[in-house]
Structure formats: structure tokens, C-alpha cells
Design a protein around this ligand. Structure first.
Ligand code: SF4
Length: 447
């Protein structure tokens, strides 16, 4: 087991408790509500010994698998979705990020400087996906300095210092406003999952608008649910180390409460396995469970294993890799046991790879993400799928581990077990008729 953060950071929160591993495990098996000490003991397989204990690990995983069976049964869900990230322009400088390009590079004509999509381009990406049966668009973007809520917000920010704003004319491509992007993506009945707390803060920066008001405006423009990403680790000493430019933990929670108050469903995430210690992971789970106790709006929890290549954390020698497979399994398992008020737990094949993602379905997880269609894939439909999972892939993979493949809607309110025989395609979307996603769409364009 790696010891995240141990060599470089002098944390206020240390990995020590007044609990024993055995007591914590007994509570977990009995279904008692766990506290932070319990979670710490389970994640560490006992703070009384160094490293992870194999037998204790197995006991925690079994308890979580049993809990999963009791809460959601043997179904494994997935969704037909497309990613449309509007821009990679961002000058926030998070040390774990390998996604962004410095915003200043977009002010020139650097062809390598990532991309920005106009609202019209976003609409085309989504519209093509919906014609193929996709019914969720997931959109998480960099904090482009020209992005603002709407034209009035742009006007209010223009010429001001300290609000991370530059006019769209400075850039090669105008991303439009958040409202324009959402209106563009909300086509043909698709579910729009977008606007993280960090993006919401960008959409209200320099104003006295509340998160609730901001999310209400976004909802009116077509937003259906908000992803609880940008959470990383919800303990400020860790955030100061890895993402000092981001909002703090309390503001992240405030933003999520604002989204829930605006009537939106939420998800929540943890991005773990970098500099933080096990105590931080337990504290994070506590923040999420408290938020869910107050809102009831979180539909799923998504543990995101830190992927270290090409990140400043790795390049600067602050980490020497990501979490071990055992840490990944324990993170899933303890999330299942601790979050007694969140039904669904995702295993991400993008983060873990197919084999491990399937293994984690036996450690407490019950959801296997989505197809993640992308524009690049549709333009070479029929070729190598790359980062795409077809419904046939899902049926084969999930049945191979003895579980039942079930198509779901974003909010889990609609569920459709796949029939015995394929070929398979989505049926829950407004244009979904069961045709496999990469087959040529049968419905004509309507404009
Ligand atoms: S705000 Fe998001 S895109 Fe920007 S650097 Fe941080 S993680 Fe990357």
C-alpha cells in the first residue's frame, strides 16, 4: 500500500482513532451508522498496523458486497450518454489536472491549445448523439475566462480586475455564455448533466447572486442535474495543497445545496489516492453523507481513482503514483458501508479499466457508468471504439460476472433490464428505439 502524502505533507488530520478495526467491522456488518473513526479503521484495515492486511481487506469487501445486495440487489446499471466538454481552457492550475490548457494559450493561434466549442457546435454534437439513441449529455468544462452566466454577467465583469474575466474577442473561439451553451445542448428531450460547483461559482463570480438563484437560471435554460465533481477531497488542508485556486469545502457544499434547492438532482464524487491520507477520505465521506441527510438529492456516489501521468503532482514529485488496487477496492467498499443514504455507487471503467471496474462491482458498486459516446467516435463509427462501451459490451461484461444488466435513466427512476438476446441498443431516450448506438441513425434530422 502506498502512504499518500506521508513524505511531503504535515497534515493536521492524522490517521489515528479511538476505535478498533474489529468494532468498526462489527458495526458495518450490523448495518449501524458508521462514524469517521469507523471509516478510518476500515479504510486502513486497522490503524494498529502498517499497510493493508489482506484478510481484513477481504472482510471489509465482503461486508460491502453483502450491503450492496441488500440495498440494490444484483442489477448493474449503465446509461447511454455522450460527453460534450465545451472547453479545455482553464487557468485555475489544479495540480492533479491533466485536462486543462492554460487559458492564455487560447489568446494566440496555437493549434495545439486544446479546444473550445461554440454553442452551435455543442448543439450538433448532442443532436447527433440523440439521433443515435443517447439520452444524457454530460458536460464538464474548464473555467474559460470568457465564460459567464449570460450577456448581463459579461457586461458586469468587463473591465474589472480580479474576476478572471477576459472578453470573448480575445480568443479564437467564443464559447458563448453558460446559458447559451445549456440552451444549445438541451435539444430533443436529452437530459443535461452539467455545471459543477466550481462552474457555478464561475457563473456567479463578481456578483451577489446566490447559488440557488444561479442554478435556477441554469435550470430554466435546460440544466437537469448537477455533477458533484470538483469535490476532490473535501478537507481544506488537502484542497490548499492540490487545488488552491478552487472554492473551499464549505463553498462546495453551499453550491450543492443551492443546486438541490433549485430542484436539481446531484451526484457526488471523491478523487483520492494522491497526497491525502486515509483520514481525509473518511472525513470526505462524512461531508457527503451530511449533505445527503440535508438534501436527499444525491442519486449516486462516484469514487474517482487518481490517475497520475501528466499531472503536475507527479511531474513535481509530490506523488509517485496513484492508489493501489486494494485501496481502490476499500474506497468503494467503505463508501458503500458509510453512505447509508446513497443507494447507488459507481465503478468507473474509464478510471479503473474494464477488468478492475468489473471486480469492483463485487466490492459494493452497482453502476458501471455510461457509453460515453464522443464526437470523435461518431465520426469514425464502425471503427475502433476507443473510449466507448456499447450496450452489447455491457450485456456481455455484466453477465460474465453473474449479474443482471439494466439500462437506467440519469436519475435512476427509469430502469430497463436487458432482454436475453441482443443486439442491444438504448430504449429509454426520446429517440431510442433499441438500435445499437453506432449503427446509422434511422431518424432524419429535423432542421
Ligand atoms: S478547474 Fe478543472 S479544468 Fe481547471 S485546472 Fe482545475 S481540474 Fe483542471
Amino acid at each position: 500500500m502506498s502512504e499518500p502524502g506521508a513524505p511531503s505533507f504535515d497534515w493536521e488530520h492524522e490517521v489515528e482513532t479511538d476505535q478498533s478495526f474489529e468494532n468498526a467491522l462489527s458495526k458495518a456488518r450490523a448495518g449501524d451508522r458508521l462514524d469517521v473513526d469507523d471509516a478510518t479503521e476500515l479504510l486502513a484495515t486497522g490503524t494498529d498496523r502498517a499497510g493493508l492486511d489482506r484478510e481484513r481487506t477481504e472482510a471489509v469487501l465482503q461486508a460491502a458486497d453483502q450491503r450492496r445486495r441488500e440495498v440494490v440487489g444484483d442489477e448493474v446499471t449503465f446509461i447511454a450518454n455522450v460527453n460534450n466538454n465545451v472547453t479545455t481552457a482553464c487557468n485555475t492550475g489544479c495540480l492533479f489536472c491533466n485536462f486543462k490548457d492554460a487559458a492564455s494559450r487560447f489568446e494566440g493561434d496555437d493549434p495545439e491549445a486544446g479546444y473550445t466549442r461554440t454553442p452551435a457546435e455543442s448543439r450538433e454534437v448532442v443532436r447527433d448523439a440523440v439521433r443515435r439513441g443517447v439520452y444524457e449529455v454530460c458536460s464538464v468544462s474548464g473555467l474559460h475566462p470568457a465564460l459567464a452566466l449570460d450577456a448581463d454577467h459579461r457586461e458586469a465583469l468587463a473591465g474589472r480586475e480580479g474576476v478572471n474575466y477576459r472578453p470573448p474577442e480575445v480568443y479564437g473561439t467564443d464559447p458563448g455564455t453558460y446559458i447559451e451553451q445549456l440552451r444549445a445542448m438541451a435539444v430533443d428531450g436529452v437530459h443535461v448533466h452539467s455545471m459543477t460547483p466550481e462552474e457555478a461559482e464561475h457563473a456567479l463570480r463578481g456578483t451577489d447572486r446566490t447559488y440557488r438563484e444561479t442554478y435556477t437560471r441554469l435550470r430554466e435554460a435546460g440544466l437537469d442535474s448537477a455533477p458533484g465533481t470538483a469535490a476532490e477531497i473535501l478537507v481544506d488542508e488537502v484542497r490548499e495543497a492540490i487545488c488552491p485556486g478552487k472554492i473551499d469545502s464549505a463553498e462546495w457544499v453551499q453550491a450543492m445545496e443551492g443546486a438541490a434547492a433549485a430542484g436539481l438532482d446531484l451526484t457526488a464524487t471523491i478523487m483520492y489516492g494522491h497526497v491525502e491520507n486515509i483520514r481525509h477520505r473518511a472525513l470526505h465521506l462524512d461531508v457527503v453523507r451530511d449533505l445527503q441527510d440535508r438534501t436527499g438529492a444525491i442519486t449516486e456516489f462516484v469514487p474517482l481513482s487518481f490517475v497520475h501521468p501528466n499531472t503536475p503532482l507527479y511531474e513535481q514529485g509530490l506523488v509517485d503514483g496513484g492508489p493501489s488496487p486494494a485501496e481502490d477496492a476499500l474506497m468503494i467498499a467503505v463508501s458503500r458501508l458509510f453512505l447509508d443514504n446513497v443507494d447507488h455507487l459507481q465503478s468507473s471503467w474509464v478510471k479503473f479499466g474494464d477488468e478492475r471496474a468489473l471486480q469492483l462491482l463485487s466490492c459494493g458498486a452497482d453502476d458501471l457508468m455510461g457509453t460515453i459516446l464522443s464526437e470523435e467516435i461518431t465520426t469514425r463509427a464502425g471503427g475502433t471504439h476507443g473510449e466507448f462501451r456499447s450496450f452489447d459490451d455491457y450485456a456481455r461484461m455484466i453477465r460474465a460476472i453473474g449479474r443482471e444488466p439494466v439500462e437506467r435513466s440519469t436519475d435512476y427512476r427509469q430502469r430497463r433490464p436487458l432482454p436475453e438476446d441482443g443486439p442491444y441498443g438504448p430504449r429509454l431516450g426520446p429517440r431510442a428505439d433499441g438500435t445499437p448506438i453506432l449503427d446509422e441513425p434511422s431518424l432524419p434530422a429535423d432542421d
